[in-house]
Design a protein around this ligand. Sequence first.
Ligand code: UDP
Ligand code: MG
Length: 149
Amino acid sequence: MERTFVMIKPDGVQRGLVGEIIQRLEKKGFTLVGLKMMAVSRQLAEEHYAVHRERPFFQGLVEFIVSAPVVATVWEGEGVVASARKLIGATNPLTAEPGTIRGDYSISIGRNLIHGSDAIETAEREIKLWFKDEELTPWEPAQKSWLCE
Ligand code: UDP
Ligand code: MG
């Protein structure tokens, strides 16, 4: 089953949006199989954003991610990687569509509340990076037959 990694960034936690963000993914019909609040080490933040290492915003981004707790989550469902990205919205909150998380609740690219894996392979890498196998709990939602044919 397809999985994605979603992190509520420090601004999402500080602004009290953890419940709202989780609720949007839950209500859509995806299954939460991993959830933890954590202080992120510099090493983990740098590894997570390694693809952006050479970009001018990298140091500031890492500083931000380690500055306060985040909530790391793993979600399961058919098409969850691309769908979660749609629910999250465009990277720049000012161009993110209303109705998306970033579009509804943020105004600045450096404070855009949430991270979501951008492809299935990225999701696999990120889930391995953030969660031990035993921290993930697959389960069968009772409403499954009402969600999917
Ligand atoms: N970012 C930034 N300034 C930029 C571009 C990106 O601060 O000019 C931050 C922003 O928080 C973004 C993260 O770096 O969410 C990762 O960038 P990416 O292009 O991967 O966007 P995402 O996948 O999060 O939409
Ligand atoms: Mg990205």
